[in-house]
Design a protein around this ligand. Structure first.
Ligand SMILES: [Zn+2]
Length: 200
């Protein structure tokens, strides 16, 4: 039983404004203003983030290499997608990172070879994306570490650095749409120097 019911069966509750949480108990002789023990409205939901997709035309390549897990020091694979034909960049070879949406067929292709490439939450990015994870400890090697600094595994600056990468063509039936960041600048170097799997 609430206080209002106890004092007076006919209770009038008045909501004032959106945030002011107050109720007025009307009693026969005098009004009591008291704080209501509930919220007038549930907290606002987060607005949905606009999903912007990038169209990619064939061909598409998978670059891979072996790195050392920064957490447990185990050897682990790292992969990245390289797209030379992205209409919105007008001819720049793009390296995809921070991938959040990928067609199932492309993901299956990658995971059949590198099952440790999977959607994972990144604490430093505070978001989820498809990341390279360690097969021993499960910690991800973030795309920031793999892509951002010159000399990083997917940011080669010399032919020699680019030759450490292996290139596999990804079979595409046609154009695909992805949600990812596009990085430009070293894609040509990778495609020109990366080793194809047959030549190894
Ligand atoms: Zn590890």
């Amino acid at each position: 039983m609430t206080l209002g019911e106890k004092l007076l069966p006919v209770l009038v509750v008045v909501y004032v404004g959106r945030k002011l949480e107050a109720a007025i108990f009307r009693l026969p002789t005098f009004p009591i203003l008291t704080a209501a023990p509930f919220r007038l409205r549930p907290p606002r939901r987060k607005e949905p983030v606009d999903v912007e997709m990038t169209r990619i035309n064939p061909p598409l390549y998978l670059a891979s290499t072996t790195i050392t897990c920064r957490y447990c020091k185990a050897a682990m694979h790292a992969v990245a997608l390289i797209a030379p034909n992205v209409p919105e960049t007008e001819g720049d070879v793009c390296i995809l990172c921070d991938i959040t949406e990928l067609p199932d067929s492309v993901l299956s292709f990658i995971q059949s070879r590198f099952p440790t490439f999977r959607r994972q939450f990144s604490k430093s990015a505070q978001s989820e994306y498809f990341a390279n994870t360690c097969p021993v400890c499960g910690v991800l090697s973030g795309d920031h570490y793999l892509h951002s600094e010159p000399g990083a595994p997917f940011f080669p600056t010399t032919d020699e650095e680019a030759r450490r990468l292996t290139i596999d063509p990804v079979a595409l039936q046609g154009s695909i749409d992805v949600q990812a960041s596009l990085r430009m600048g070293s894609g040509d170097l990778i495609l020109n120097n990366g080793r194809s799997r047959e030549s190894q």
